[in-house]
Design a protein around this ligand. Sequence first.
Ligand SMILES: [Zn+2]
Length: 74
Amino acid sequence: MSIYRCPHCKHLGEHTAPAGAGHCARCGGETKLYDAVHFINQILARYTAALRELDVLREASADGVPPRKIAITH
Ligand SMILES: [Zn+2]
């Protein structure tokens, strides 16, 4: 069982094939199939990075410092 998000139609789904290459159940386009744990870890990493960036921007906004002059470290 693997998970994919189709780059063509954005369908999010499960696939019976193991991680690798496959086809979207909705549009039939080629898509990458990911191991479920790997896929979820990648989503959580991006979500956490976005939250950190949002916190930095909120702090900069509260301090009156323009957000584009803040260096973001991950
Ligand atoms: Zn698709």
